[in-house]
Design a protein around this ligand. Structure first.
Ligand SMILES: *[C@@H]1O[C@H](CO)[C@@H](O)[C@H](O)[C@H]1NC(C)=O
Ligand SMILES: *[C@@H]1O[C@H](CO)[C@@H](O)[C@H](O)[C@H]1NC(C)=O
Ligand SMILES: *[C@@H]1O[C@H](CO)[C@@H](O)[C@H](O)[C@H]1NC(C)=O
Ligand SMILES: *[C@@H]1O[C@H](CO)[C@@H](O)[C@H](O)[C@H]1NC(C)=O
Length: 322
């Protein structure tokens, strides 16, 4: 009895060790390394863009963020009452990220920083696509990715000011679609150009193709709105160094500033309003599910943008007499 147990354990140990070696061997044959002017560059195959980048030397997203974690974060998205049920999945997210991992999306800094960036990005996605409310089963934060488009658009979001650069296609409507909903012809036009997909004539692609919807969202996360401003990615991972003006405007690297960049005065500079707190809550909830302590996300001034001056005010109040 004792002997059989021991040999069983031994066999088990051998099997486990050989699996470990196999996985490692597999990994190392997959990573190709070269040095360019003293900088280590790696090629890890398709998930990191299929080319050499210094970011590809770090873990790739699927090394630390796996299917079950995606399922945990968005646990109610396929429930019968979820509007986009069946649409969003893990594979689409990883496939979409392959365009941006070589540029640092989810591959910048150490593993904690990498996981925090994914939680932050998905926190924005969650708070913009949720249909959770106070008494929803599983709690209001379990309902991210419930939508993939705006349900009752009040207009078609065609701005004629851009009729030369991004003319609206006859009959097309540019209401909110995607993982970080895209609105207006000029945004569809610019994102379509960047991703080499004709979104101006086919805005509906964003609600038909989850990979494309995630690509559009990650593109927005990675790209500054203006040249003089940081991207949400740069503001989050600490690539961005605030100017004196930024400091005076209470803009510091961290999650709060990503809300400022992506949503301006819809969320920021308005005090402790619900839509802002809702995004922070999604971020914190996802951090927790990924096993990262809330304190890692920093103090309130870093998390929030309640007191920040916005980068791009959407509306400047008239100063003339009323
Ligand atoms: C890769 O990870 C290490 C720590 O794990 C980090 O110091 C380094 O900055 C990362 N590389 C890049 C390009 O972010
Ligand atoms: C990871 O990086 C963050 C920020 O860059 C730092 O605060 C933290 O101490 C690092 N963690 C480890 C385990 O090195
Ligand atoms: C979805 O979009 C991706 C990225 O643009 C593209 O590679 C793929 O072919 C599209 N899928 C379909 C079914 O059109
Ligand atoms: C500083 O901020 C003010 C107000 O937001 C702006 O008008 C000014 O151009 C900024 N200066 C610089 C150097 O960015």
């Amino acid at each position: 009895m004792e002997v059989t147990q021991k040999s069983f354990l031994l066999i088990l140990a051998i099997v486990m060790v050989s699996q470990f070696l196999f996985v490692n061997g597999d990994e190392s044959t997959k990573t190709r390394v070269k040095y360019v002017k003293g900088t280590k560059m790696c090629d890890k195959g398709w998930e990191c863009g299929g080319g050499y980048s210094r970011y590809c030397c770090n873990l790739t997203i699927s090394d630390y963020f796996q299917t079950y974690q995606f399922e945990d974060l968005f646990s109610k998205r396929n429930s019968p009452v979820a509007h986009a049920n069946g649409f969003w999945d893990y594979h689409s997210f990883i496939t979409a990220s392959a365009l941006f991992q070589p540029k640092g999306f989810g591959t910048t800094g150490n593993k904690t920083m990498q996981m925090m960036e994914i939680a932050a990005f998905l926190g924005h996605v969650g708070c913009k696509t949720t249909c959770g409310y106070g008494v929803a089963t599983g709690g209001p934060l379990a309902w991210g990715l419930c939508y993939n488009h705006e349900m009752s658009p009040s207009q078609s979001y065609c701005d004629d000011f851009y009729k030369l650069t991004y003319p609206c296609s006859p009959g097309a409507e540019y209401y909110g679609r995607g993982a970080l909903p895209v609105y207006w012809n000029y945004n569809y036009g610019a994102i379509g150009e960047a991703l080499k997909v004709d979104l101006l004539n086919h805005p509906e692609y964003l609600e038909q193709n989850a990979t494309l919807a995630f690509q559009a969202a990650i593109f927005r996360w990675m790209k500054p709105m203006k040249k003089s401003q940081p991207s949400a990615h740069d503001a989050f991972v600490g690539n961005w160094k605030p100017t004196k003006n930024d400091t005076l405007s209470k803009r510091v690297p961290g999650f709060g500033t990503t809300m400022n960049i992506l949503y301006g005065d819809q969320l920021c500079g308005q005090g402790d309003i619900d839509p802002m707190n809702n995004c922070i809550s999604h971020y914190q909830y996802y951090l927790e599910l990924l096993g990262i302590a809330r304190e890692e996300a920093g103090p309130h001034e870093v998390l929030s943008c309640a007191e920040q001056v916005v980068f791009n005010p959407s509306y400047v109040a008239p100063t003339a007499a009323t």
